[in-house]
Design a protein around this ligand. Structure first.
Ligand code: ADP
Ligand code: 5GP
Length: 194
């Protein structure tokens, strides 16, 4: 891998504000950031585009690609639910081109990436409380009540397992969280790359 590229993993429970924070960072930062477009078997939400938000695959296609070794990591993020995976080629191509590739993936995926790329930077975005998370998810209104319950249960587990991340940002006040995230990314300029 080239000297300049970086792999940055960002995790946090569904609804914590990862998308909101990263969108702002990508719009405002002068760093060579690139978002890793994952593959998933879940259906697109309103406004989600294939190849932009995810590569939306059938389960058969996903499993065939997994068998061919196309994923750096892949998991059923919610038990019994859709598959999600990081495409190996996407990450390697970005790093070879000196990009800072950002992987927005779950805690299991983050652990797997760290095993393969020990110098990856890891950031966990935490909610002020699980109750606040519920309010945000309800407001976003993209999940059925059943899916919402699954995501909240998963949130508690992910928060409990998040001790291994190098950085932690609590997204209570959005402006404060954004400023904390910006500080982390700016500090990475000075630390050694992968
Ligand atoms: P994620 O990408 O982590 O699933 P989103 O970025 O979609 O989360 O945010 C979930 C919802 O919470 C969105 O409606 C977003 O506008 C809202 N939100 C994000 N950050 C905050 C915050 N600090 N305070 C209140 N609401 C927030
Ligand atoms: P959503 O369905 O809300 O887009 O994503 C649900 C969860 O899947 C989030 O926690 C997100 O970080 C995770 N996720 C998205 N893509 C990947 C991936 O490629 N690998 C893994 N392990 N998790 C992912």
């Amino acid at each position: 891998m080239s000297m300049k590229g970086r792999v940055i993993v960002v995790s946090g429970p569904s609804g914590v504000g990862k998308g909101t924070l990263l969108k702002k960072l990508f719009a405002e930062s002068d760093l060579p950031l690139e978002m890793s477009v994952s593959a998933t078997t879940r259906p697109p939400r309103a406004g989600e585009l294939n190849g932009v938000h995810y590569w939306f695959l059938t389960r058969d296609d996903f499993l065939a690609r997994r068998a061919r070794g196309e994923f750096l990591e892949s998991f059923e993020v919610y038990p019994g639910g859709a598959l999600y995976g990081t495409l190996r080629e996407t990450v390697l191509h970005a790093v070879d081109n000196g990009k800072w590739i950002v992987l927005e993936i779950d805690v299991k995926g983050a652990k797997s990436i760290l095993e393969q790329i020990p110098n990856a930077d890891t950031i966990f975005i935490a909610p002020p409380s699980v109750d606040a998370l519920l309010v945000r998810l309800q407001k976003r209104g993209t999940e059925t009540p059943e899916d919402l319950a699954k995501r909240l249960k998963q949130a508690e587990q992910e928060i409990a397992e998040s001790g291994f991340y190098r950085y932690r940002v609590v997204n209570d006040d959005l402006d404060v969280a954004y400023s904390d995230l910006l500080k982390i990314f700016n500090s990475l300029r000075e630390s050694s790359a992968i």
